[in-house]
Design a protein around this ligand. Structure first.
Ligand code: ADP
Ligand code: MG
Length: 216
């Protein structure tokens, strides 16, 4: 059962809601190892995205995701916003012209987005960044689908892998981004970007395999 254009839009709205709800938490995490703006940045960016979605005419999923990416790139300063912008832009390129996405096309789009973040930010797993949540999420969705799992199960495992990746950033010493300036003092804090990335994958699990996909 394919993922529809309106489910992708629900996913983006659910992420915006989760970011708004966790704005203070994300900023607190960033105050420990950064400059206390991650929640503020992401929330400002996602509010701008919501305004764009409200004004948007129905088009294909690639177009929708590119709009999200361009809005984040143009409204959010710092490292996090442009990296999320790249994620959505690359997902949009992968989904170009598609009115709906098969399970495998979802996995491919997510993988393309995460590869774009890695090309742009040059972070590897273990560097204490959003990549620590995103890469395991891509691997989990791919392996679940390869084993024949249904989309809802694959999305659940993907979100769970992101959550584990997020938690695993706590003991790490940051090697990329602002937190890396702290050296050893960055250890024992959860990475803010990995936390927002978990929210993104949890929002996907909550929206993309929802009841309307089972009705079809
Ligand atoms: P800034 O660091 O410019 O204040 P944010 O606070 O919005 O930007 O985002 C910080 C998050 O960005 C970090 O927690 C980390 O997850 C992520 N990040 C920073 N640099 C990189 C990078 N090179 N690659 C991937 N993610 C990164
Ligand atoms: Mg910051």
């Amino acid at each position: 059962m394919p993922i529809s254009d309106s489910q992708i839009s629900d996913w983006i709205r659910a992420f915006a809601a989760a970011v708004a709800e966790n704005k203070k938490y994300l900023t607190e995490l960033d105050s420990a190892i950064g400059d206390a703006d991650h929640g503020i940045n992401m929330s400002r960016g996602m509010q701008a995205v919501l305004a764009k979605l409200d004004a948007r005419q129905a088009a294909d999923i690639g177009d929708l995701l590119k709009t999200v990416g361009m809005t984040l790139v143009s409204t959010v300063g710092g490292a996090g916003g442009p990296l999320y912008g790249t994620l959505f832009l690359q997902m949009g390129t992968s989904a170009a012209g598609k009115p709906e996405l098969s399970d495998d096309e979802w996995a491919a789009a997510l993988a393309a987005g995460v590869a774009g973040v890695q090309r742009r930010g040059k972070a590897e797993p273990g560097d204490k960044t959003m990549i620590d949540a995103l890469v395991p999420a891509v691997e989990a969705v791919k392996s679940a689908l390869a084993e024949g799992s249904a989309l809802d199960e694959a999305l659940r495992r993907s979100a769970e892998a992101a959550r584990e990746g997020m938690t695993a950033t706590i003991p790490l010493v940051a090697r990329k981004g602002r937190a890396s300036y702290l050296g050893e003092r960055s250890a024992n804090h959860q990475d803010p970007g990995a936390t927002s990335s978990w929210l993104l994958l949890q929002a996907a699990a909550d929206t993309l395999a929802a009841k309307d996909s089972q009705q079809r």
